[in-house]
Design a protein around this ligand. Structure first.
Ligand SMILES: [Zn+2]
Length: 309
């Protein structure tokens, strides 16, 4: 299987947009969405011969090995290991690497560098497409940079602030810190959460988010490629808060035997003292009033739940 899903543009100057699907192998919606976006772009070129695409879009599969096996990850969460010292060590060791994810880190690093060299752009956008195990999780996660925040707002879904800071080693944080490029380029990195893993609408919402992102990045102008999917994305997010701030993360380890209590949905209201989950030490109560995000209903994961306000 090829890591590269497709590419489009590259003839006119503009932004280099690197879009990732399945950085978690059990989240195929982003990959299918990118395949569809490339089909839509090819089609647009035939329907409207004057269609001009500024910049270049490249779609990549994040965790190739886990995607083939339909699991979140093999040994380590690929979105929690982008620490500069670790990445540098993996790049030095290359073939003698100890964990399965190290191969992914090296290949992703080299793919991104190669794309940046092939299409040297002043502005780079990194869009990371995800889904969640619980229903209703439609939101964007920017880094602290202004360009990233602006892009997150452009998707018309709730923006979750401070989330990148609270987790260890996500790809976006590594990218936003400039570890992929030495040239004087700016990078805007955001993650988009499209909803539940197996919901077919998660693919549609991801398609809308990618198109929206390309439009906000001025890869093409105005009204082209507007579809029912944009309406779906806006409608699904209409009742959700526009901006929230992360207040609490319940980190977990395998030895905790963490079990979320059933029935929690993304953005569901919770109260201080509410019995949310259990682990080896007994009940886990909410430390504050807020809205719950990404309650964990799958065996693998390093965070039990998030609370935003
Ligand atoms: Zn994910």
């Amino acid at each position: 299987m090829n890591r590269k899903i497709g590419q489009y543009g590259g003839k006119l100057p503009g932004t280099l947009v690197l879009a990732f699907g399945a950085l978690h192998g059990n989240e195929p919606a982003g990959v299918h969405a990118l395949e569809e976006v490339f089909r839509l772009l090819e089609n647009e070129q035939h329907v409207h011969p004057g269609f001009a695409f500024h910049g270049k879009l490249v779609g990549l599969i994040g965790h190739l090995q886990a995607f083939e096996k339909k699991v979140r990850y093999l040994e380590k969460d690929l979105n929690r290991i982008w620490e500069p010292a670790f990445v540098e060590q993996m790049l030095r060791q290359k073939n003698g690497t100890p964990v399965a994810e190290a191969r992914e880190v090296v290949e992703i690093f080299e793919s991104i560098r190669a794309e940046m060299e092939t299409f040297p752009a002043k502005e780079i956008v990194l869009l990371d497409l995800h889904t969640t195990s619980a229903d209703g999780g439609i939101f964007s996660i920017p880094t602290d940079e202004t360009a990233s925040l602006a892009l997150a707002r452009a998707l018309h879904v709730p923006v979750i602030l401070r989330l990148q800071d609270s987790i260890e080693g996500p790809l976006l944080k590594f990218a936003a810190a400039g570890h992929f490029h030495s040239a004087p380029a700016t990078i805007a990195a955001i993650a988009f959460e499209a909803g539940q893993h197996d919901d077919p609408q998660s693919v549609d919402r991801s398609v809308a988010a990618v198109i929206c992102c390309l439009r906000a990045t001025r890869c093409f102008n105005g009204e082209v490629l507007k579809s029912q999917k944009d309406i779906l994305l806006r409608a699904n997010a209409a009742h959700l808060p526009p901006v929230v701030i992360l207040r609490h993360v319940h980190h977990i380890g395998a030895e905790d035997q963490f079990r979320m209590r059933p029935g929690y949905l993304n953005f569901q209201k919770i109260h201080k003292g509410e019995h949310l989950a259990d682990d080896v030490n007994g009940p886990i109560l909410s430390p504050l009033d807020g809205l719950i995000l990404m309650p964990l209903y799958q065996p693998k994961g390093s965070d039990g739940f998030f609370i935003v306000q």
